[in-house]
Design a protein around this ligand. Structure first.
Ligand code: HEC
Length: 94
């Protein structure tokens, strides 16, 4: 194998993996930042797997009406993040 040719691919692959891992924890941080305070994560955890991104968006918008200080661009990010979580494997629910 010619490492000189191969290494740029390896490097870009590593960067993609790293970036993906970081954005994942960013979303988690964002969700915790916005969704803990009025209640803990129990109401969030019991709803995992029952809502798609659109349903979560509606829920989060109703949290905003209840007084949650959530930035509009973050609503979609949190909704998307929560719609991808599985009830039995989400670390933040253990
Ligand atoms: C300003 C306070 C506040 C914040 C911040 C807040 N919530 Fe709530 N949440 C409430 C209250 C009050 C209830 C119970 C009344 C209700 O159901 O609307 C509730 C209930 C819920 C429920 C259960 C009822 C339902 O509609 O399914 C879920 C799920 C939920 N919150 C998710 C979230 C998420 C996700 C976030 C972060 C984006 C969040 N909450 C942030 C106040 C808040």
């Amino acid at each position: 194998m010619n490492l000189k040719i191969f290494s740029p691919f390896l490097l870009s692959f590593a960067i993609v993996v790293f970036a993906t891992a970081c954005s994942k924890s960013d979303d988690l941080w964002l969700m915790k930042q916005n969704c803990i305070g009025c209640h803990n994560l129990v109401p969030v955890c019991v709803s995992l797997g029952t809502k798609n991104a659109k349903d979560w968006k509606i829920t989060i918008e109703s949290m905003k009406r209840a007084g949650a200080k959530i930035q509009n661009p973050d609503i979609d990010k949190i909704a998307d993040f929560l719609s991808r979580q599985k009830p039995d494997s989400a670390d933040f629910c253990k």
